[in-house]
Write a protein of this length. Structure first.
Lengths: 248, 316
């Protein structure tokens, strides 16, 4: 018996006859409300395996749908459509088309790990959210989210030099996501900081912006990580039946 | 911790390897400065991990979690194999969390061990083996290295009358499986109701308000990529602290701290929602209580005007 999903019943599938008499009984209006029959035939039987092949999704099969994840979810409290328990259900039964209805919000998981803390089955729902967001992008269902752009900007800097410098991350991220850097609230923050900031520290921050901080002798670590990243990309694309990057 | 463990920790935490991390060299500079100043005032020694790298923060794991495990393991490896330290202390929740997570993954997961071993070998340094060092937070360091009793004796500028909401954020307690030493009963930290910061600030004379959002999320992971969500989450925290009667929110994580400061400004500018509670690192508050000047603990480096709150209470 599948879990009754209220969210599968949409307004357009609810039919009410304004005037209807059945076997001599007037069932007009509310009394004749029924749900249109719905047939799902486009199950993607590989969906769970594909999510499980991506980092974070490995333990999705353990879920028993208790709902502790959604119940504890930080983002759900802000947006009730953000529903990890439901998405895990859809993935497990392979209802890809239903999952895709929420494709534009899944990336919004803030990684607070309240779900992972609450989960009695060690599903690691936080990881499943990341794997699902990753899957949506790899499959081309969504463009790269701002979150992914931020992660990539950050990771590229770490892999390149071993360290990050926050000013460089912010500038790089705003450029990558095509947003103007001159946001009113960022300027206000800078002003408040500048009012009190000791000159010496201001100079140090200026120097860090010009000369990238880096870990000495990082080159070999960088190369080893880069080769691992390439290897993983290839493995993931294969698991999702995607062509090799560059191949047509 | 049992009696003998506490005594043991007092000796072990007297001199620890120090991993400040990237944020403490940037926006969290005041946290770095105040941590060092408080350590000095309390006679606790810090040896910075030489040539450290980024732990992977909250971003690298989304590209691949095992790269994050490697990054954190390299820091642990230097502490263990080059410094021959037995304890590494990280004041940043992100760093602390990631070192703990690497420790857990390397102890429990064969494939993490394999990947970390392979990358470490290619990178030309010793592979970190689980159990070589103990990772602690700045809160553990002061709580167990000094303790409330000894701290109380050293307070010369009591925080009496200052109402504090203690904010711990996400990564200090979640997910709990990577913190096996927590939730072990009296004297240990609780993952559902953390209290180490409350304990220390109370010993410094402050009044801790009843604050229900101690471990709520500030949206730090999406502070710039989904700013509207982060602003809402931060506003909840600021409003709850004000409703509880707090003058200041004490923080113990540079990402949380700058998130609260940033989105306090953003809420004011974008949503027209003004809040007046101030943010101070718990090390800044402890430093003030130990008689250090606000400048010594970097209060002027904060965006929110903590100095005003301290002056109001006659603490600066």
């Amino acid at each position: 018996m599948p879990i009754h999903e209220k969210s599968l019943i949409r307004p357009e599938n609810i039919k009410t006859q304004d005037k209807l008499v059945l076997e001599g009984i007037d069932v007009s209006g509310h009394w004749s409300t029924f749900i249109e029959t719905r047939v799902v035939s486009d199950y993607n039987e590989r969906l769970q395996d594909e999510i499980a092949a991506l980092p974070g999704g490995e333990y999705i099969h353990r879920c028993w749908q208790c709902g502790s994840c959604t119940n504890s979810c930080t983002v759900n409290a802000v947006n009730p459509d953000f529903n990890p328990r439901y998405w895990i259900y859809l993935i497990r039964v392979g209802m890809e088309s239903e999952l895709l209805r929420d494709k534009d919000i899944i990336w919004q998981c803030v990684s607070c790990n309240k779900c992972t803390y609450a989960c009695p089955r060690d599903v690691f729902p936080e990881g499943v959210m990341k794997a699902t967001a990753h899957w949506l992008e790899l499959k081309g269902h969504t463009p790269k989210s701002r979150s992914t752009m931020f992660d990539e900007e950050f990771s590229e800097q770490v892999i390149a030099t071993g360290k990050i410098e926050e000013g460089r991350i912010i500038r790089g991220f705003f450029a990558r996501s095509a947003q103007p850097l001159r946001q009113e609230w960022l300027i206000e923050m800078g002003k408040r900081l500048a009012r009190k900031l000791p000159i010496k520290l201001g100079m140090l921050m200026g120097i860090a912006a010009l000369i990238r901080p880096r870990t000495r002798g990082w080159g070999r670590s960088r190369d080893a990580i880069a080769s691992y990243v390439g290897e993983q990309e290839q493995r993931q694309r294969k698991a999702l039946n995607l062509p090799e990057p560059g191949a047509k | 911790m049992s009696g003998s463990d506490v005594k043991d920790a007092k000796a072990r935490y007297r001199r620890v390897a120090y991993y400040p991390g990237c944020a403490l060299e940037g926006t969290g500079h005041a946290y770095n400065r105040s941590t060092k100043a408080v350590g000095k005032a309390l006679g606790l020694k810090l040896d910075e991990v030489p040539n450290w790298n980024c732990c992977g923060a909250m971003e690298v794991k989304n590209v691949d979690p095992k790269i994050q495990t490697y990054l954190s393991s390299r820091v642990l490896s230097i502490a263990a194999n080059e410094m021959h330290a037995s304890v590494v202390m990280a004041p940043c929740n992100g760093c602390y969390h990631n070192l703990k997570k690497a420790e857990y993954d390397l102890a429990k997961d064969e494939s993490s061990r394999e990947v970390v071993g392979r990358i470490s070998e290619k990178a030309g340094h010793a592979t970190y083996q689980a159990g070589q060092v103990e990772t602690i937070h700045a809160l553990d360091w002061i709580k167990h290295g000094i303790g409330e009793g000894a701290l109380r004796e050293r307070v010369s500028n009591s925080l009496k009358g200052l109402k504090v909401a203690n904010y711990y954020g996400c990564m200090y307690t979640r997910p709990r499986h990577i913190f096996p030493e927590k939730d072990k009963g009296p004297g240990t930290e609780s993952t559902s109701q953390p209290h180490f910061m409350d304990d220390l600030l109370e010993a410094a004379g402050a009044t801790n308000v009843d604050f229900p959002l101690k471990t709520a999320c500030c949206g730090g992971a999406h502070t710039l990529s989904d700013s509207d969500t982060s602003t809402k989450l931060v506003l909840n925290i600021l409003r709850a602290a004000e409703a509880a009667g707090a003058d200041v929110i004490a923080t113990e994580c540079p990402t949380c701290h700058s998130g609260l400061e940033m989105h306090q400004v953003r809420a004011e500018k974008v949503l027209g929602e003004k809040t007046s509670v101030k943010m101070l690192y718990f090390t800044q508050l402890l430093g003030i209580a130990l008689g250090l000047s606000p400048r010594n603990v970097g209060v002027q480096e904060n965006v929110s005007d903590g100095l005003e709150a301290l002056k109001e209470k006659g603490l600066a």
